[in-house]
Design a protein. Structure first.
Length: 304
């Protein structure tokens, strides 16, 4: 169900940027989560597009939220579920309320004909996945859903090298926005290269047109580095991430709980520095997504 604002934007052919909500329900502590979500929406508007924050509210898939709904998603509590593809239908059937992951937000955005989406960092292959088999559903969704996801690379709590390999296997392109190096979430750089570097929203729009003419069902990652002033040097954050993983292991945290646990552990371990970095990179992704959104051709045109 579209909000009035999103329905009006669609009717008037105003560019729309989808936004996810697991970052609100499970990715950031309150009250920073709601405050950040509002500022992300404002960043999309300030750059000429309409934000569509996607979530499930009382068993209804919502494309665009009211202020009250956003507030409700930001109040932590056991009734707020983390909704991936495995439990999307269950959440609708049971009338639940919760945040949609990157995978489900892409899926719902595609159903609403929205081609671009901004988040912080996509999910991927977890460290130790050779034992746990923990690979985010975000990767498979990227391979089968034609939405471009603007992110600061993959969350560096992951095994970035394995995530890069996995996306290569799936054939999902990673476009570096003004960078040849894959950004690593809290840090500007990583040892990995992107598939190609593009320097303007126009060129990304034109590139996506070519991509979708060849692979009309495949997504793309637009990798946008965290702004310099908010970045945390790799060596500093890496030490904290290694400790976070040891603690998760010791406490037996796995499955859907792992990513939220690691992110919160880092917020505490860095005295909030990782939270500030996470906010700044999301604002930056929202801005770039809004600019690209204005250079996307309509889905029917792009499938010619
Ligand atoms: N980006 C952030 N914070 C987050 C997420 C992304 O800056 O919390 C969320 C997204 O919703 C993503 C999810 O889909 O983390 C990945 O969870 P998992 O590893 O369980 O698939
Ligand atoms: Mn997982």
């Amino acid at each position: 169900m579209l909000s009035d604002e999103v329905a009006a934007a669609a009717a008037n052919q105003v560019a729309i940027v989808a936004l996810e909500s697991t970052i609100i329900t499970h990715g950031m502590p309150a009250p920073d989560n709601v405050e950040t979500a509002r500022r992300v929406e404002a960043a999309v508007r300030a750059n000429g597009a309409t934000p569509a924050t996607i979530a499930v509210v009382d068993g209804v898939a919502r494309i665009g939220l009211t202020d009250e709904e956003l507030d409700r998603l930001g109040q932590p509590g056991p009734e707020l579920v983390k909704i991936g593809n495995q439990n999307l239908a269950a959440s609708l059937y049971l009338g639940q309320t919760g945040g949609t992951t990157v995978a489900v937000t892409m899926k719902l955005a595609a159903l609403a004909d929205i081609k671009i989406f901004a988040t912080g960092g996509i999910g991927g292959v977890h460290r130790g996945a050779q034992n746990s088999f923990d690979i985010s559903g975000d990767l498979e969704e990227l391979a089968r859903t034609p939405v471009a996801v603007v992110s600061a690379g993959f969350k560096s709590i992951l095994d970035v090298a394995k995530t890069t390999e996995y996306l290569e296997t799936l054939g999902v392109p990673i476009v570096g926005y003004q960078t040849t190096t894959l950004p690593s979430f809290y840090s500007i750089e990583s040892p990995h290269e992107v598939s190609l570097q593009l320097d303007s929203p126009e060129s990304i729009g034109a590139y996506l047109h070519t991509h979708w003419s060849l692979y009309p069902a495949c997504g793309a990652v637009i990798a946008n580095p965290i702004p310099q002033h908010a970045a945390i040097p790799t060596n500093r954050i890496e030490a904290a991430i290694a400790q976070a993983c040891v603690h998760a292991d010791a406490e037996g945290i796995s499955g859907k709980e792992l990513t939220p646990f690691l992110l919160q552990w880092l917020v505490d371990a860095t005295d909030g520095e990782s939270l500030e970095a996470n906010k700044e990179l999301v604002f930056n992704n929202a801005k770039v997504a809004a600019l690209i959104a204005q250079h996307l051709t309509s889905p029917c045109e792009s499938q010619n």
